[in-house]
Design a protein around this ligand. Structure first.
Ligand code: AMP
Ligand code: TRP
Length: 329
């Protein structure tokens, strides 16, 4: 086995339906990394993370399974990537414990995502506060080089790097400092409020990948625009229309300029109809694939079990090294 192989790690929470922000901001990148040689790809369902927010225990296992199916439908290829469930590899939380003891509470309280969630009325349980430490463990335990994420996770990645540095300084070189991989659309904004990122917490402005075509079209046609009446790309002054242009460009795989040029002589209605068509045709194969995968649950369960065993072996080696460095026996 080559030691030169670089490692790509990312996780996604099984808490609700995936939207085009998840797709354009992260999954597309994670899937694209499968085309590159010399990489190990470890992609996991962050089920422990998802317990930090309100949830229904009766729904959880279904959500986890559905997230596995969705990841596969979005292009995660089990022949090229190892897809697994976080809680099946307990060394993530073992390492997180050690990192807990190295991280000042003040640094966690500064995390924007924590502050946002608390300001939205979520109970500040200790897990919500320490969640970035578990995320650091998820990444560092595999010596990740690259982490595909959306922009909202950058601060957590910075903390991950800081934890790696701190550990290395105190106990000797043990961890690599990973690098975030952003797409050209690291922050897709809400369709009805361009000052907020697209998120499932505002469903009307959120385009879910597995919505019906009719629902997708309806949401696009209702998306906020502005009073200019013509298409343009100017994120600062025209955030709503620019967000739509960005989404269009990302789905079609062209630049924003090309979209603006193509639609410069049409009104918003026609532009939006074309955008809805583009999105629906791009998502069609994913939607079809999901229906097929829904029939393969037992095969997927087996895959997840096998992969957990494989990842446990990888994680075990690292945790043994870490324990010995900190003086545990
Ligand atoms: P989550 O559903 O919060 O686990 O997010 C999964 C991935 O999607 C993470 O890498 C997020 O940073 C990314 N993501 C979530 N929302 C957006 C968005 N509106 N734009 C771009 N990326 C996003
Ligand atoms: N915090 C990420 C999110 O909410 C999910 C996540 C957990 C993750 N562990 C990770 C992402 C490790 C990248 C690497 O989207």
């Amino acid at each position: 086995m080559s030691t030169k192989e670089k490692v790509v790690v990312t996780g996604f929470q099984p808490s609700g339906r995936l939207h085009i922000g998840n797709y354009l901001g992260m999954f597309k990148q994670a899937a694209a990394m499968q085309k590159e040689k010399g990489l190990k790809r470890y992609y996991f369902i962050a089920d422990y993370h998802s317990l930090t927010q309100k949830y229904d225990p009766k729904q959880k296992s279904r959500e986890i399974m559905e997230m596995a199916i969705d990841a596969l439908a979005l292009g995660i290829d089990p022949k090229k990537s190892t897809l697994f469930i976080q809680s099946h590899v307990p060394h993530h939380t073992n390492l997180a414990w050690i990192f807990n003891t190295l991280t000042p509470v003040g640094e966690l309280e500064r995390m924007v995502s924590y502050k946002e969630k608390v300001s939205q009325g979520q109970i500040a349980n200790a897990g919500l506060l320490t969640y970035p430490i578990l995320m650091a463990a998820d990444i560092l335990i595999y010596d990740a080089d690259f982490v595909p994420v959306g922009e909202d996770q950058i601060q957590h990645l910075e903390l991950t790097r800081a934890i790696a540095r701190k550990f290395n300084q105190r106990f000797g070189k043990t961890f690599k400092e990973p690098q975030a991989l952003l797409t050209k659309t690291p922050r897709v904004m809400s369709l009805n409020d361009p000052s907020n990122k697209m998120s499932k917490s505002i469903p009307s402005g959120c385009l879910f990948i597995f919505d019906s075509e009719a629902e997708t079209t309806k949401k696009i046609m209702a998306a906020q625009t502005d009073s200019h009446k013509t298409i343009g790309f100017d994120p600062k002054n025209r955030p709503a229309v620019s967000n739509l242009v960005l989404i269009f460009a990302a789905f079609r795989g062209v630049s924003e300029k090309e979209i603006v040029k193509e639609f410069k002589n049409v009104g918003y209605k026609e532009f939006k109809a074309a955008l809805a068509k583009e999105i629906n045709s791009s998502l069609k194969p994913l939607r079809t694939r999901k229906k097929e995968l829904m029939k393969e649950k037992s095969k997927i369960t087996k895959l997840l079990e096998q992969n957990a065993k494989k990842m446990d072996r990888v994680a075990s080696k690292k945790i043994e090294a870490v324990k010995s460095k900190v003086g545990l026996i």
